[in-house]
Every structure is written in structure tokens, then in C-alpha cells.
Design a protein around this ligand. Structure first.
Ligand SMILES: CC(C)(COP(=O)(O)OP(=O)(O)OC[C@H]1O[C@@H](n2cnc3c(N)ncnc32)[C@H](O)[C@@H]1OP(=O)(O)O)[C@@H](O)C(=O)NCCC(=O)NCCS
Length: 169
């Protein structure tokens, strides 16, 4: 059974290369930032979770510190041969408990309905306001699909793209 790892549990260095390559290949993951160095750095700052099986990574999730006070939960990945077994729940459970996101507003933008469903259980709730409490430049801002001027009326919001914000416990 795959096991969850969070810092300071030791993770071999080759794991970051594997996760970097795997997440970069996923079209729904914003992978420009997923270098092995960044992933390892997040892990060491209590901002990432790795799922391991037989010495290899089979899952990952991160809370990216995008700006003071805010962390974007994303980069969730389960290796294809382990999908459909409920393992993403383990990742979300673990990321919600990370020391690194305490005191931060944690949020996530996703086009994946599975992420919406699984995130709900740990309190990531869909919100309609894309500019509060998380500012627009962090929600729609990074999107490459729509021009800045059109962001306020983007038809994808709430239909094929969702903003979730974690309610404070
Ligand atoms: C997203 C991902 C991590 C999910 O992992 P998974 O192993 O496929 O999913 P799980 O088996 O853990 O859980 C799936 C849950 O979503 C539900 N689900 C499946 N398809 C769904 C859909 N289309 N809409 C809503 N919920 C769905 C399942 O019923 C299950 O819920 P349950 O456990 O309450 O019954 C995995 O598919 C993946 O790595 N995808 C590629 C990377 C990616 O797209 N990441 C998201 C970036 S935003």
C-alpha cells in the first residue's frame, strides 16, 4: 500500500526528477514551475506531499506559496497505474494538514472535476468571487487562455474551471 511522506521523512533525490517529468507531461498541471529543485524546496518547507510505493513516487501534491499570505494547492498527480483507487484523497488529506499552510489562505484553481470532488472533503469549497478573498491576479491572472481584459467575464468560471478556497478550521 502506498505511503504518505511529508518532511522530515526522507525522500531520495531521484524522486524529484521523476515527479518533475511526470507532472510536466500532464496537460492540466501548470508545469512551468515544477523543476526538481522547486519540488524538493517545497517539500523541505512543509509545502508538499509525496506518495511512495516500493521506493518510487506514485503521487504528489503541493501548496505553492504564490504571494505573501496565499498558497495555491495544485500539481496533484497520481501515477497512471495507481489511479482510480481513491489515493488522491490521501494526498488532499495530507496537504490540508501541512504545517507550511497554517496561517495562509489556501486555494486552488482547477479544470479537473475530480480535484473539485476530492478537495471538498478537506474543506476546499467552490467560490464564485474570483477576486476575494484571493485577488484576481492570483486566480485568473496566471491563465494563458484568456486575455486580461476578458477575465472578468470568462465563461469558463464555474462551468469548466473552478476556484476553491479552504475555509479556515
Ligand atoms: C486527478 C488525479 C490526481 C485523481 O486521482 P485518481 O486516482 O484518478 O482519483 P481517485 O481514485 O483518488 O478519486 C477519484 C474520486 O473522484 C471521483 N470522480 C471520478 N471521476 C469524476 C468526475 N468526472 N467528476 C467528479 N468526481 C469524479 C471518484 O468517484 C472518486 O471519488 P470517491 O472516492 O468519493 O468515490 C489523477 O487522475 C491524475 O493524476 N490526473 C492527471 C493530473 C491532473 O489532471 N491533475 C489535476 C490538475 S488540476
Amino acid at each position: 500500500m502506498p505511503t504518505i511522506h511529508t518532511h522530515p521523512s526522507s525522500v531520495p533525490d531521484h524522486v524529484w526528477d521523476i515527479i518533475s517529468v511526470a507532472t510536466t507531461a500532464e496537460p492540466k498541471i501548470d508545469s512551468t514551475r515544477n523543476t526538481p529543485e522547486n519540488l524538493k524546496g517545497l517539500y523541505q518547507r512543509h509545502l508538499a506531499v509525496v506518495l511512495m510505493a516500493e521506493g518510487e513516487p506514485v503521487g504528489f501534491i503541493a501548496a505553492w506559496p504564490v504571494e505573501d499570505g496565499f498558497a495555491e494547492i495544485g500539481s496533484i498527480w497520481i501515477r497512471s497505474d495507481h489511479r482510480g483507487r481513491g489515493l488522491s484523497h490521501k494526498l488532499y488529506d495530507a496537504v490540508a494538514g501541512l504545517r507550511g499552510i497554517k496561517e495562509l489562505v489556501a486555494f486552488g484553481v482547477t479544470t479537473n472535476p475530480i480535484s473539485v470532488h476530492v478537495g471538498k472533503r478537506v474543506g476546499l469549497t467552490i467560490v464564485d468571487d474570483w477576486s476575494r478573498p484571493v485577488p484576481m491576479h492570483l486566480t485568473c491572472g496566471p491563465c494563458e487562455l484568456i486575455a486580461l481584459a476578458d477575465q472578468a467575464t470568462c465563461p469558463k468560471r464555474g462551468t469548466s474551471c473552478w476556484l476553491r478556497v479552504m475555509k479556515p478550521k
